[in-house]
Design a protein around this ligand. Structure first.
Ligand SMILES: [Zn+2]
Length: 95
């Protein structure tokens, strides 16, 4: 038979574990659908410009955002052949 002190300690540990589970259950969240975009560098005879390098390096960004060059999409410079790619994603929004 375990001692009363040991039983009390075990009960305290179980209680703590249950508290953690309740806390996690209370952290409610939902998923928000978001649209992302990125630049895929095109190849032209005159080569890519600096603005394109920067914009390509930025990777996936929010579809509402502007690229590092300050543009919201191609063309970034005369004769720019870069294209944009879009994808849907989702992020957790905590209440
Ligand atoms: Zn370009």
């Amino acid at each position: 038979m375990p001692s009363p002190a040991l039983i009390a300690e075990a009960l305290r540990i179980i209680d703590d574990l249950l508290d953690v589970q309740v806390d996690e259950a209370k952290r409610q969240y939902y998923y928000e659908e978001i649209l992302l975009k990125r630049v895929i560098e095109g190849a032209s005879q005159s080569g890519p410009c600096e603005a394109c390098d920067e914009n390509v390096a930025a990777g996936w960004i929010d579809s509402e955002a502007v690229y590092p060059s300050g543009d919201d999409g191609p063309e970034f410079h005369p004769y720019c052949v870069c294209i944009e790619e879009y994808k849907e994603s989702r992020k957790r929004v905590y209440l």
